[in-house]
Design a protein around this ligand. Sequence first.
Ligand code: IDP
Ligand code: MG
Length: 160
Amino acid sequence: FLPHLVASMEQVDETYIMVKPDGVQRGLVGEIISRFEKKGFKLTGLKLFQCPKELAEEHYKDLKAKPFFPGLIDYITSGPVVCMAWEGVGVVASARKLIGSTDPLKAEPGTIRGDLAVQTGRNVVHGSDSPENGKREIGLWFEEGELCQWTPAQAPWLRE
Ligand code: IDP
Ligand code: MG
């Protein structure tokens, strides 16, 4: 029974992370990217993008019935966002932990929302909530040619 084979079989997931317009306007893009970069995940897609209304509605379609939905669409389309695809074992759940609770006042210090935001309606960053939604959202926000498959030089220093 060879542990290195088990490790190599571990599922590599993808997550869609987005710096929302407030994060861009507040100059937090570098800070937010840095948190995922330092953790050791692999960046496979990155762009500054003005989101059309239709895409915002599709991305948040599960929240369509919520009273805050129109405000949420106005917010997400109010200025450029930074779209990112990140890859790694456990990346979806780990990114959600790095991001913190939806309400920044309830988010733990040390998390992105806990450190950098004060209100749910201006919570600076998005992260996919499941591996399935990670794939769905990356497909929604990126064209295939915009994603890069590469091997970071630090890979052997991150996983045995
Ligand atoms: P999440 O971003 O932590 O996954 P969701 O419940 O999926 O949280 O909601 C998506 C986004 O909708 C939130 O990040 C926030 O921008 C917005 N939102 C959620 N609840 C409220 C609310 O009560 N008022 C205003 N905006 C909200
Ligand atoms: Mg969500």
